[in-house]
Design a binder for this molecule. Structure first.
Ligand code: 13P
Ligand code: SF4
Length: 306
């Protein structure tokens, strides 16, 4: 089978088996082409509420599939590859956060959506990279414990100086390894290209950026800008997708290190096996009732405020 034959088979089977395919923008381009909806974490969460199909296949990482299950518990929710986690989501345990909460009793706990469902059960609000500023701004609380990403937390803190933030050591190992020297090297090669970065990057990188935003935010900014070339400071798949969408513009990855191995685990063949209900690496998401009810609260608040 070649790529187009496999894609045609996926399109036929998803209809026949009533499957909706949601894909995060870090997935490979061949997967985005067969998806019903592509977006950032916030857009995918909004979409998860309104899907009509009996089965939802999430092409992305585990916390994204769990978010779909929390929002649509009656549906069969599949993760495209059972091995695809987000290392940041696993960094802090509920027990550790309970301890930090007891040391900071005045704080509202704001969790980046890149967290496990178990961790969400001990948090008050959830945010994504595209909704964090709006949601934290809207909270009545003055003191915020922001977990787990201290880089996103620092970005939000700088934009909202009238609130107090407690940040912990956590973050994305992919974006977090990028330094100001990487920016210097990319700028030396492409001096006229604006730098667009994800807020999961270190403050020293964010400070040098011309635009800071979510994966969808970066894509929209580049599409609507009158500039003709850009340095892209997020997972390198975004540079590739933009090259398809804007053939007259040029997109240069900020660094060759910007590859998320977990996001890249899913292949087009995994998608085929999942829509066919065949043996493969996909996994059905199950969550116990009590965890589901507790964790959903902070996601519902995110959708209300975001
Ligand atoms: P977005 O919310 O921007 O899609 O980010 C998700 C993510 O995992 C970024 O690394
Ligand atoms: Fe997680 Fe970073 Fe990969 Fe995003 S890029 S899924 S935050 S490890």
């Amino acid at each position: 089978m070649n790529i187009s034959e496999m894609q045609a088979e996926i399109l036929r089977l998803k209809k026949e088996n009533d499957v909706c395919i949601l894909a995060h923008s870090y997935q490979t381009h061949d997967i985005l082409e067969v998806a019903d909806f592509v977006g950032d974490s916030f857009a995918l969460s909004v979409k998860a509420q309104s899907v009509d199909n009996s089965t939802v296949l999430m092409c992305g990482v585990r916390f994204m599939a769990e978010t779909v299950k929390l929002l649509s518990p009656q549906k069969r929710v599949l993760l495209s590859h059972g091995g695809a986690g987000c290392p940041m989501a696993e960094q802090m345990s509920p027990e550790y956060i309970e301890k930090v909460k007891s040391e900071n009793p005045d704080c509202a706990v704001v969790a980046y959506i890149n967290t496990t469902t178990a961790l969400k059960t001990v948090c008050d609000f959830c945010v994504t990279s595209s909704s964090a500023l709006k949601i934290v701004n809207a909270l009545p609380d003055k003191n915020i414990l922001f977990i787990p990403d201290c880089n996103l937390g620092d970005y939000v803190k700088r934009q909202i100086p009238d609130k107090n933030f407690v940040l912990l050591e956590g973050g994305c190992p992919v974006h977090g390894q990028i330094t100001a020297d990487d920016v210097k090297s990319a700028k030396a090669l492409h001096p006229n290209a604006p730098l667009l970065v994800h807020p999961e990057c270190k403050p020293e990188v964010v400070e040098l950026a011309d635009y800071v935003g979510s994966t969808s935010g970066i894509m929209e900014f580049a599409k609507n800008s009158s500039e003709s070339e850009f340095i892209i400071g997020t997972e390198n798949s975004i540079s590739e997708h933009l090259a398809y969408e804007c053939p007259d513009k040029r997109f240069y990855p900020l660094s060759k290190k910007l590859i998320c191995e977990d996001m890249k685990l899913t292949t087009l063949a995994d998608v085929l096996y999942a829509v066919r209900g065949d043996k493969g690496s996909w996994e059905e998401i199950t969550l116990d009732e009590q965890t589901q009810q507790k964790a959903r609260k902070c996601i519902d608040k995110m959708l209300e405020l975001g």
